[in-house]
Design a protein around this ligand. Structure first.
Ligand code: NAI
Length: 335
């Protein structure tokens, strides 16, 4: 099959080529999919996209006109795809539901520790031959209460690792995982209680209507003074402007984020020669107790291999007309 692979980053190309074993004709396109670039898929039957691509209704309509029948997502999350429109246009969609929850869970802990122990600040000091420790005091993770929002594949592993640190675990999720209660002494609670009682809050729920801006002025007002918030889920889970206000008045003590609500077109791209136009992220990056990274929590060798292998398998199954286990099917919301 001829496949237009949008947002084909340097870091993943060799994995895609190796997984493909010359089966499909992969057209590796560096640009992200958008209304402006959609024509690059001309002549292809399949399009593959990453998290920063635009698969909104107008773009899907253009893909449909080009004859695209299958969209192979190289991601687990699919909040960037208009599933309802895709169903109407009869474009099938498949994702990579699990490629390495360890990669994201371990990175979540890395953000917590780097912020707590002020590793970035310390590194910059050492580079300037400043060996002073003043201002670098952290806290013991042992005994701290961590609130986990979303205890699916990634949230469960975060619970496992933090249990090893001696943390007390609270969680909020509409589906309770009994084994986490038994193995890690985790307590499920309501969202407000989690906000009130946690020293650290970490986000692992999908971005959907109910979770959009779940961290906002109101929920922040319930939190402990100096709380640490970590977001390796999706940018839209937090209202960034409200986070900035709470950082300004020290209500939030630490904010670690691998995602950003306006990351499309910003993350994954070298903008070092450009004038930064996004004033919100510019302000966010100005706080010393903030650590922002550009959606790299997934970025391990294991994860890249699994993403590429599953993406090619999804395309194989589509080509053969066989059932695609990883297909995302749109369900009408209940009336
Ligand atoms: P998962 O589907 O295994 O788990 C999600 C959990 O969230 C489920 O237990 C679900 O019941 C729960 N949930 C659903 N609605 C909720 C709500 N309203 N409140 C609280 N919990 C709710 O997904 P997985 O693999 O653990 O991934 C979680 C999220 O992490 C993904 O949706 C994705 O957005 C993000 N992610 C980020 C990556 C990165 O590189 N930064 C990489 C991979 C995923």
């Amino acid at each position: 099959m001829k496949v237009a692979v949008f947002s084909a980053h340097k870091f993943e190309k060799e994995y895609l080529i190796s997984a493909n074993t010359n089966k499909h004709d992969l057209i590796l396109i560096e640009s992200r999919l958008s209304a402006d670039t959609v024509s690059l898929a001309k002549g292809c039957q399949v399009v593959s996209i990453f998290v920063s691509d635009d698969a909104s209704s107008p773009v899907l309509e253009k893909l449909n006109l080009l004859g695209i029948r299958f969209l192979a997502l190289r991601s687990a999350g699919f909040n960037h795809v208009d599933l309802e429109k895709a169903k109407k246009l009869n474009i099938k969609i498949a994702r990579v539901p699990e490629y390495s929850p360890y990669a994201v869970a371990e990175y979540t802990i890395a953000l917590m520790l780097a912020l707590n122990r002020k590793l970035i600040r310390s590194h910059y000091r050492i580079m300037e031959q400043n060996f002073s420790l003043d201002g670098l005091t952290g806290f013991d993770m042992n005994g701290k209460k961590v609130g986990i929002i979303g205890t699916g594949k990634i949230g469960s592993l975060v619970a496992k690792i933090l249990f090893g640190f001696g943390c007390k675990l609270l969680a909020f999720d509409p589906f309770q995982n009994e084994s986490l209660i038994k193995q890690y002494n985790l307590t499920y609670t309501d969202f407000n209680t989690l906000c009130r009682e946690s020293d650290i809050i970490t986000l692992h729920a999908p971005l959907q209507n109910e979770t959009e801006y779940i961290i906002n002025e109101e929920s922040i007002s319930l939190m402990k003074q100096g709380v640490m918030i970590i977001n390796t889920g999706r940018g839209g889970l937090v209202n960034t402007k409200d986070i900035i206000e709470a950082l300004k008045n020290s209500r939030i003590g630490y904010f670690g984020s691998d995602v950003y609500e306006e990351e499309e077109g910003l993350f994954f791209v070298d903008h070092s020669e450009d004038i930064l136009q996004d004033d919100i992220i510019a302000r966010l990056m100005s706080f010393r107790n903030v650590l922002v990274t550009s959606h790299q929590a997934f970025l391990t060798d294991t994860a890249l291999r699994n993403i590429s292998n599953t993406t090619i398998q999804n395309i194989d199954l589509f080509e053969k007309g066989e059932k695609i286990q990883n297909e995302i099917v749109f369900h009408e919301p209940p009336a």
